[in-house]
Each structure stands twice: as C-alpha cells, then as structure tokens.
Design a protein around this ligand. Structure first.
Ligand code: CO8
Length: 373
C-alpha cells in the first residue's frame, strides 16, 4: 500500500504588521468621529454611541498582539478601514497567486523537489479572490506543474481538509505528489468598523507538499497516520458574501457580507467538539494522548487552545506541547495550524507523534495525526 508523507512546508508572511495599539487607535478615531457627527441623535437617545476598543481587552480575550497584513495603510485610515489591494490586469499574477508561489517554492525546497515531481495542486482557503479561472490553475501554471489543480473552501479547516484530499490522491495513485496551498487574505473580509471582531484576523499563506513515501528520502518528513474530518452546520460564524449579492436589490454593502460571528457561542460549542474529535481519532488509531509530543492547533483564540489542549491531555499543556503563533499572526484562518506546524517541527525525532487540528466556520474540524519518519 502506498503511504503519504508530508515532505515539506512553506510560509509566506506579508512584511507589513499592525500592532493592537495601532489598530485600536484607528478604530477609536473612527468612533470619536462617528459619535461627534451624531452627537444630537445620541443625546436624544435616537442612536447608540459607539464604544471604543482596547488593546488590553484584545490581548486578554484572544492572545493576539499583532497581525501581518497585505496592506496596512488602508486598514489604519479611519476614513477607509479596509485594505487597499488594487485590481490587477489579467496578464499579471493575482495577489493570491503571488503569495502561493512564495509558499510553494519554500515547501518544494524543503522537500528537495521541483515542480516536475508534483502532479497536483489544491488551493484550499477561506476566501478566493475570484470565481474563475480557479486560482489553483493559475498557481499551477506559474509553477510549471503538469497534471491538475482545483480550489476548495472549508473556511478555517480548508488546509486540513485539503491535506486529506492530498493524502487520498497520493495513496490511490492519482498523483505522485500534491501541493496544498492556503493563501489567506482575511483582512479583505474583515469588518474593521466592528468592535467585536476588528482585531481577529491577519494575512498569510502556507503550503504543504504531500508525497509518496517511496519518493521521500528515508528519515525525512512526517508520515500521515490518519485524518479525521467533521462538519456540523452552524450560523454562529458566517460570511454571506457571494455572487448572488448583486441580485438582491438591498445591495452588497450590508455588514453580513463581511465576517460576523457570535464569539462566545463559538468558543463554548467548538472547544468540546474539537477535543472529542482528537480523542476519538487517537482511540481509532490505538493511540493515547500521552503519546503526542505536540498539538499544532488552529490559531483563533489562546484561551480556546489552552482549554482544548487541557481536555485532550487531562492537564495544562506547555507552549512546547501546544505552540502559539497567533500572538504574532492573529487568526489566519486555515493557514494558522499549518504556520504553527511549519515553525515548530524541527525538533521532532524519528517515531514522535503530533496532531495538526483546525476548527472554524461550518462548523468544520479537521484533525491530522502524523508521525516523524
Ligand atoms: N474592546 C474592548 N471591549 C470589547 C471589545 C473591544 N474590541 N469587544 C468586545 N468588548 C467587550 C464587550 O462589549 C463585552 O462587554 P460586556 O461584558 O460589558 O458586555 C466584553 O468585552 C466581553 O465581550 P465578549 O463576550 O464578546 O468577549 P469574549 O471574551 O468572548 O472574547 C472573542 C471575544 C475573542 C471573539 C472570543 O469569543 C473568541 O475568540 N471566540 C472564538 C472565536 C473563534 O474561534 N472563531 C473562529 C472564527 S474563524 C473562522 O472559522 C472564520 C474563517 C473565515 C475567515 C474569514 C476572514 C475574514
């Protein structure tokens, strides 16, 4: 039987960063202007005053200290509060394609492979910058990969669901190697005027190369032991942006056409579901949680990750056991758990086990147990 191995990972990090203080200062300038423009209505009780945001709240509630973004200026302009990412002509690579190329090249280099060794590419992410042609086919062409490519979206679990698709393609023989790439431009769909969520997301792109075991140098990479995917419908995290928006006369600029969530509800409902999924999966592989060296968890909220890790291990996890990257990156949707993996895997010795686990909108959970070769 053919076995699938993760032989390389790559990461593209946009150079621009926004600290909590910078973000809060732009938000509060917007609040001040809004409240002074509507002072009469607020005084008469006809309109509610907007409340300021605070860096202390953001760090305490989420663990986020800063985020990387494609464009800083537009987000921090209180008049605009949206990134400036101009459209490009069709004969230039799209922004997502550019991010994907950088991450894929690093993954290929880490694996010691070239595009000629790859048969398929999946762009797996929360937001695609156009409907078609598929961004994946553009990336495939830019990298010079023969074979096939497709886009897929399972929100924050896109990369782990993509990993299972890659594992299947490698193990059933339809591809020698598959690149799973997650160009997440979360700032494009974040409502920077919403106090409850303006701090949550950042931008980044990850890539993972999945290959046949026989094509990977002995002792290199992580063998995929098993994947466990779960979905359960919920309205608690939504983004109603879509191609039918223009067909609704009330217009495309309503707040529900951007990211909206009931954060508390998500926290309460998803955390136990994630721990349960991991434990069940370990059981089905005849493994015990105590055998895990590391959990590379989705990076949405520090308190949530600490709770999930505690439920899985039966005790508090150390930061070595459940590494954190959301302090620097914020929530980068499907890229988050892969960034944690990319940055925290070099110390693994042969035979050691870990789990990559994503969770988010849908709800969707993707858990991938891997063993260092
Ligand atoms: N500054 C100051 N105070 C604030 C702020 C703020 N910015 N925001 C809220 N508060 C106040 C509230 O008004 C409230 O005050 P009061 O107690 O007086 O009513 C108090 O702080 C507490 O508010 P919350 O209950 O909302 O705060 P929480 O402690 O629940 O923290 C979090 C909010 C951080 C959002 C938390 O609930 C959380 O992280 N939950 C989990 C969320 C999660 O994991 N979501 C996953 C979503 S990711 C995903 O799947 C989407 C993928 C698609 C990507 C699309 C890209 C855009």
């Amino acid at each position: 039987m053919i076995k699938a191995v993760i032989s390389g990972t790559g990461l593209y990090t946009p150079p621009a960063t926004i600290s909590n203080d910078e973000l809060v200062s732009a938000f509060n300038a917007y609040v001040e202007r809004h409240n002074s423009e509507h002072a009469d209505e607020i005084a008469k009780g006809e309109r509610e005053a907007l409340q300021p945001s605070s860096s202390a709240f953001i760090e305490k509630a989420s663990g986020i200290k800063s985020r990387h973004v494609i464009d800083k200026e537009g987000i921090l302009d209180p008049e605009r509060m949206c990134p400036n990412i101009p459209d490009r002509p069709n004969d230039e690579p799209s922004v997502q394609c550019e991010m994907a190329i950088a991450a894929c090249n690093e993954a290929l280099k880490q694996a010691g492979k070239t595009a000629a060794d790859v048969d398929a590419l999946i762009v797996a992410c929360s937001n695609l910058q156009r409907a078609y042609p598929a961004v994946s086919v553009e990336v495939q062409d830019a990298l010079g990969i023969e074979g096939f490519a497709y886009d897929m979206n399972v929100a924050c679990s896109s990369a782990t669901f993509g990993l299972q698709a890659a594992q299947n393609a490698v193990e059933n023989g339809s591809a020698r190697a598959v690149l799973v790439v997650s160009p997440e431009i979360c700032s494009g769909h974040l409502n920077f005027r919403d106090r409850d969520s303006h701090f949550i997301f950042g931008d980044a792109c990850t890539a993972i190369l999945v290959e046949r075991e026989e094509n990977v140098t002995a002792g290199q990479g992580f063998e995929i032991q098993g994947t466990s995917l779960k979905t359960k419908f919920s309205n608690a995290i939504r983004n109603n942006f879509g191609f039918l928006n223009r067909a609704d006369k009330s217009g495309v600029n309503k707040p529900d056409k951007l990211f909206v969530q009931q954060g508390r509800k998500v926290f309460k409902e998803v955390s136990p579901l994630v721990a349960e999924t991991i434990l069940k999966q370990l059981g089905s592989l005849s493994l015990d949680a105590s055998e895990l060296k590391r959990m590379w968890l989705h990076q949405a909220n520090l308190n949530m990750n600490q709770l999930i890790a505690r439920k899985v291990l039966g005790r508090d996890a150390t930061t070595e056991e459940a590494p954190v990257i959301l302090d620097e990156y914020a929530n980068t949707s499907s890229a988050g758990s892969i960034i944690a993996f990319h940055k925290n895997k070099a110390d693994f010795s042969s035979g050691e086990l870990g789990v990559i686990c994503s969770f988010g909108a849908g709800y969707s959970i993707g858990s991938v147990v891997i063993r260092r070769r």
